[in-house]
Design a protein. Sequence first.
Length: 367
Amino acid sequence: MVNEDKIIDGSHVHFVNTHGIGDVVMMIPLIIKVLRDKPKKISFTLKSQVEKSVIQLFIKDENFDYFFFENTKLFSFKMFSLFKTLRKQKIDQLIFANGMEYKKSILLSIFLNVFQTIPSRKNLFYKLLKANHNIHTHKVLGNYRLVSNKFDLNDIDLEARFNELLSKKEIISVFEAYGDALKENCLAIAPGSGEIESYKRWPFHKFKNLISKINNSYPEVKIFILGNELENIIGEELVKDNVNVVNLCGNLSIKETANLLSRCSIAITNCNGISHLAGALGCSVIGIYGPTDYKKTGPFIENFYPVTTKNYSPWYSRKTVKGKKNFSDLEQISENNVFDVFKTVFQKDKKDLFKYAYRHVELKQFL
């Protein structure tokens, strides 16, 4: 690894991350670290405006510039127009987030005529030729170690940064619009997983049965269904025949979603962006996993409770994901499995909490 500190100091650093909300949350500690090294300027190429909003939840926008792929094809007029715009920015340093496609990263560095890249162009070529798509460490650390091996624990305390940037008035105003339950009685459920990743979803009828169990056992719990507008149909189904449930899919901005999550104590989610957002905002996250490896891409937090099948064997990778349908083992995860974990977390049963909790190996080293 080169001494990137010397490269970053006083230069224009441009981050590239064309993935969704979760990947951007896992990049925030890296951005915080780079900001401390006092670059002349910081800019971003992101998937969409949504991911820009995620960054602004945790980092004060210091006149950052943002550019967007917006699902643009690699070889298209729109993409070349983006390249042309970026070339005018006089970028000194490109930083490609962990998980970025190697081919896209190499081409971008060539078209922008930027030789200082992290990972280096040589390293990117090597990984491309070796078809090395494996992630060997958690993405948070994989990103952070792009610029430093010296880990600062404060850089992953995103809840504190969020609380510094947003006023209590903003948080309460959103929350009061949908109920005034106590924080410990508020539960967020995120049943989606992005429009093209349905294979990550626990079947919605199981979510519905789970909500019914929670209603019957804990009537004081207020449940908020979160997701985008395409997942609204799922939210509507979950509300039917259940009480104390509010469907907010497609009704909240990222900022409003974050405000609401900051007033919830628990989130039950698939492998999705809201799981990372909830974890970053202090929720205990009960994550339901089939194809993805929670040890490498789950929320990088202490209060994390993954639920899987007995024969859990994640297969998700960039190489294998193409053409996959919703045929993973998620159907084998019962409502009782998830309810037992919820019951333990909600009641704060310390004896069983240790049985269900997973703390990332790398996180243990810092706590």
